[in-house]
Design a protein around this ligand. Structure first.
Ligand code: PLP
Length: 380
């Protein structure tokens, strides 16, 4: 018998490639596509997804940390790479330069720290046009920083970026205001530094705001086939890449008054059958879901069944119903399709008061990732 996996996240690399091509089809010929594979590819595996994205036409990849940049190169990917996050330690800067990745800066202290390495580096400026976190909101200061970079031996100014706070709501006027500020800064930067790449759009803006595309878009969530607007990915023609499965570890009858899990939060009001799934919050099943009504569903035997009782670290209960014919070992789908039914990351997020991003990033390292293409397993 083949080994039975307790739980698996299987990633469809055809879907990743189709999503990248779809996103590319929204872009004009002069706009580059940068696939964001931070947080280990939003939980999907940065190297496998990064490779598929590049194969499907991504011009560049982006990550957030120095360690993520190192991992991309260790995976053999040679595509241009940007590290979006702040680098604070000398070791981090060295690791990013070793990875031949570009760096994002917005303060002269960071530029000075990079200069102290004595190594050549390519830098993007970050404008805080309204997100209010990283970046400098002051255009004049950024223009002076640009001049300083351009005048420093070994340093090269290659781009300027901003990040949109409200692009997932196409009606929010914040995006107009942010773009106006950034485009004005970009115009002034370009006067002095003509070759630089201007970039602002995330997935949501890529799909809804051609005026935000500029020289490059940075697409994350949509690459994975998840919807930046928190609705059904089908609406945008996106294909969710990830399927998360587990197995029934035990099945047993539950009489009226029988309780399931810590705190006895589920008590049967009719005779039923409890199927215990062998994964819990240590795998990324959200415990909150056992407090929300209706609780999360999973797919068993081609039908939807609700979770029953509190999710624990290593297991959770499902209410299979009185006449259930399910057996220990049967597959359970937490995200994905089974028969005619489907559970999306967006549905799970809505029920647990979070977003699809957090659902997939939250699938823990205890869940092995596997990859397939044209229905066949491939290496990650
Ligand atoms: C994560 C990230 C993105 C990608 O955002 P999505 O909404 O996932 O498309 C783009 N830019 C920056 C700076 C990011 O940190």
């Amino acid at each position: 018998m083949p080994p039975v996996d307790r739980t698996l996240a299987s990633i469809d690399l055809d879907a990743v490639e189709a999503n990248v091509r779809l996103l590319r089809s929204h872009l004009g010929a002069g706009t580059e596509l940068c696939a964001v594979v931070k947080a280990d590819g939003y939980g999907h595996g940065a190297v496998a997804v990064g490779r598929a994205a590049v194969a499907a036409g991504a011009d560049r990849l982006a990550v957030v940390t120095a360690a993520e940049a190192t991992a991309i190169r260790a995976g053999g990917i040679t595509a241009p790479l940007i590290v979006l996050g702040p680098l604070q330690a000398r070791d981090e800067i060295d690791a990013v330069l070793d990875a031949d990745a570009q760096i994002v800066v917005w303060h002269e202290d960071a530029v000075a720290a990079i200069q102290r390495t004595g190594r050549p580096a390519a830098l993007h400026l970050k404008h805080d046009s309204g997100m209010g976190r990283l970046g400098d909101p002051d255009a004049d200061r950024l223009l002076r920083l640009a001049d300083r970079i351009a005048g420093a031996p070994g340093l090269e100014l290659v781009g300027a970026m901003t990040h949109l706070a409200c692009a997932d709501d196409p009606d929010d006027p914040t995006t107009d205001a942010q773009l106006e500020r950034f485009v004005e800064l970009g115009r002034r930067l370009r006067d002095a530094h003509p070759g630089i790449t201007l970039h602002a759009a995330n997935s949501a803006a890529t799909l809804t705001r051609p005026d935000a595309h500029l020289d490059m878009v940075r697409v994350g969530i949509a690459v994975y086939g998840l919807d930046p607007f928190h609705r059904d990915p089908d609406d945008q023609g996106l294909r969710p890449a990830l399927t998360w499965t587990a197995r029934l570890a035990a099945v047993k009858p539950c009489p009226v008054g029988g309780a399931v899990g810590y705190g006895r939060r589920f008590v049967a009001d009719r005779p039923t059958t409890i199927g215990t799934v062998g994964i819990g919050y240590a795998d990324g099943v959200r415990r909150a879901s056992s407090r929300v009504d209706p609780v999360a569903d999973v797919l068993v035997g081609g039908r939807r069944v609700p979770l029953a009782g509190t999710v624990s670290m290593d297991s959770c209960g499902t209410d299979l119903g009185a006449d259930a014919a399910d057996r220990a070992g049967d597959p359970v789908v937490l995200i994905g399709r089974q028969g005619d039914e489907r559970i999306t990351a967006e549905e799970l997020a809505a029920r647990t008061d979070t977003i699809n991003y957090e659902i997939v990033c939250g699938i823990s390292r205890r869940v092995p990732r596997t990859y397939h293409r044209s229905g066949r397993p491939v290496a990650g």
